[in-house]
Design a protein around this ligand. Sequence first.
Ligand SMILES: C[S@@+](CC[C@H](N)C(=O)[O-])C[C@H]1O[C@@H](n2cnc3c(N)ncnc32)[C@H](O)[C@@H]1O
Length: 274
Amino acid sequence: MTDSNAEQIEYWNGAAGERWAAFQPVLDRALAAISDAVLAFAAGRPGERVLDIGCGTGTTTYALAKAVGPSGSVTGVDISRPMLAVARARGVGVNFREADASTRLFHPTHDLLFSRFGVMFFADPLAAFANLHKALSPHGRLAFVCWRDVKENPWASAPIAAARPLLPPQEPVDPLAPGPYAFADDARLRRILSDAGYRDIRIDKLDTTMHMGEGVDEAAEQALRVGPLSRAAAGLDDATLDRIRTVVREALKPFATSAGISPAAACWLVGARA
Ligand SMILES: C[S@@+](CC[C@H](N)C(=O)[O-])C[C@H]1O[C@@H](n2cnc3c(N)ncnc32)[C@H](O)[C@@H]1O
């Protein structure tokens, strides 16, 4: 490792981790279409040994446990204590481990390394994926979902664009820095995985939707809890937050469908072999 993940460990054990922990059902509903797609892509089979990297509150960990059945095993790994506490309280039959997946040494016995949005936060992604490669059995595979460019994700870009005049000046974002959009550039991602020792790399587009709520009130609340607006608006006073809610509701109206407020969500489905 050339850098440490201290900043991310602090972030996911602070307000962000508490928010994800508190809103687990809301977030799971928002991410349901993506979840189904990445679980089908990963195709966990009975008897397999699986690691769920950055498992958060454990939704995909329990889904994987169901897929591998009693003859298989699933371990969820995360750095966030509040999210792991929710994960552990939700069921039995799954191991959860508090660990930094980029440096923790795992037994080289896993058939599947899986992640739903948990692998874009490594300070040194090449070193992290090389470390994770050592957790795979010789025939093991990697399967995860990550975001494409924020501009292709109006669920994230529309609320912050609408709120920008009400936000404090924002630092320019380094597109390669650890964060949700760190792997937007698929050529870079392919290079990292290849240099980390993976082969048969495939990076497929997943174009789906993010369910933000039944109506714009609920959707605006969600935008303030998860995504770039939630980060930018952290710590603002109540009056400013109310004004932000008003403009965000307006910005989300065009995304109303018969199924609720469902803007486009643009992801990569990433697969590779050991
Ligand atoms: C966007 S959340 C996704 C959580 C969960 N996979 C889900 O889809 O609900 C990212 C997760 O990655 C975890 N994470 C970030 N860096 C990590 C690391 N180095 N090792 C393990 N987990 C990490 C965070 O704590 C957080 O739970």
